[in-house]
Design a protein around this ligand. Structure first.
Ligand SMILES: [Fe+2]
Length: 393
């Protein structure tokens, strides 16, 4: 009973053990549920006419009698009503002996025996053997009920989580739009970074929940900019040291903001803080090297850079898609994680051959690069990372 088996197998084994212990020809095993108060058969053997499942509704007096019975009881003709009602689809008169199954004093099921071999009566010896076995059978049934309830609760929670994720997604989209309001020139930046990051995570075969986390982290990565002076966003000249420090602070401020929020994804605060870190430690605010930042940070960091390059800025025209990707490849592995860059190239390539269900790029960029150009970039990145060496195994 304690081995890893399907419950149907276990109940079959329990039936034959009970049958042997009591020398019974007929046996049926019921589980008890209290809402509504019912016995439902889960396995039976030997009875000529036993519905599957056999169901016996219970009155409080029956439950009380079974819960307080001291072990298995022989039921004489005419005394069945003390333990079982006759309102179910099986006649209680079929049973000669009834053994309540209890765990911690609570009724969890019933074993009911019919005729014995040779039609003999159940005597003290059989009742004692039955009593001993019933403790184990009761535990097995109780465990089964618990795990069924648990499975039900888990699936309910998952459904709830899924609807919450949908809710979070919508709420965070609204946040992303609000964050970009100050950035007159790059409307939709946070939304695009969220979408790019999620698509790159998908290209890297990350789990669905991690992809959802990347999308949310992308939406929120610049949330600290709500605290940056609006004037800095419209500047057409480069920022002076003080202004740069104020702008760079959006990572730390953002981290402080999201650290106080209980997100369903624990990695959001670190992504918000570190999305400007670069592989060689030249980024900010903590000057971390590539090994020190988790994959999600590298993905959102690249998605952010990519969108910044292909978007118009107050101080420059947007770069073309091809030039942006070449520049990113040129800066890899110095600044970016080569695997993440390959994921970006893969998504762009899928757009060029039309194999993305939802296009990765915005329509204005879609036709500006061809698949062989992307392949060329991917190959040259690969060559650079392996320094042209061939690894033969
Ligand atoms: Fe940023």
């Amino acid at each position: 009973m304690t081995a890893e088996r399907a419950f149907s197998q276990i109940s079959g084994l329990m039936l034959s053990a009970l049958q042997q212990a009591a020398g019974a020809r007929e046996v049926v095993l019921f589980t008890y549920s209290d809402k509504p108060s019912l016995l439902t058969s889960i396995a039976s053997n030997g009875f000529a006419l036993m519905p599957d499942p056999a169901i016996i509704p219970m009155l409080p007096k029956h439950v009380h009698a079974l819960s307080t019975a001291r072990g298995p009881a022989v039921v004489e003709a005419g005394s069945h009503d003390a333990f079982l009602s006759s309102n179910g689809n099986v006649a209680p008169e079929l049973f000669r002996c009834i053994a309540p199954l209890k765990v911690g004093g609570k009724l969890v099921g019933v074993v009911a025996l019919g005729h014995r071999e040779g039609d003999a009566n159940y005597d003290a010896g059989e009742l004692e053997a039955l009593d001993l076995l019933c403790h184990y059978v009761a535990l097995a049934i109780h465990n089964q009920t618990l795990s069924q309830t648990l499975a039900q609760r888990v699936s309910e929670n998952l459904r709830l989580m899924a609807s919450l994720h949908g809710f979070y997604d919508n709420a965070l989209e609204a946040f992303a739009i609000a964050i970009d309001v100050k950035h007159v020139n790059i409307h939709g930046h946070s939304l695009r970074v969220g979408r790019y990051a999620a698509a790159m995570g998908e290209a890297m075969n990350l789990e669905t929940s991690e992809v959802a986390a990347l999308r949310s982290a992308g939406y929120l990565h610049d949330i600290g900019k709500v605290a940056v002076d609006k004037r800095l966003f419209g500047k057409t000249t480069s920022l002076d040291a003080e202004e740069f420090r104020e702008m760079a602070d959006h990572t730390v401020v953002g981290h402080r903001i999201v650290s106080g929020v209980q997100f369903p994804w624990p990695r959001i605060p670190e992504i918000v803080r570190w999305h400007h870190e670069r592989a060689d430690g030249s980024g900010y605010p903590d000057k971390l090297a590539i090994e020190e930042v988790p994959l999600g940070v590298r993905i959102v960091g690249l998605a952010d850079t990519f969108d910044a390059m292909v978007s118009e800025r107050p101080y420059r025209e947007p770069m073309s898609l091809g030039a942006s990707l070449s520049e990113i490849v040129r800066l890899t592995p110095l600044k970016f994680d080569p695997n993440v860059v390959q994921a970006l190239l893969l998504q762009v390539r899928r757009d060029t051959v039309g194999s993305n269900r939802t296009p990765f790029l915005e329509a204005r960029m879609a036709d500006t690069i061809a698949a062989p150009d992307v392949d060329h970039l991917a190959a040259s990145l690969q060559h650079k990372v392996t320094r042209g060496r061939l690894f033969l195994t």
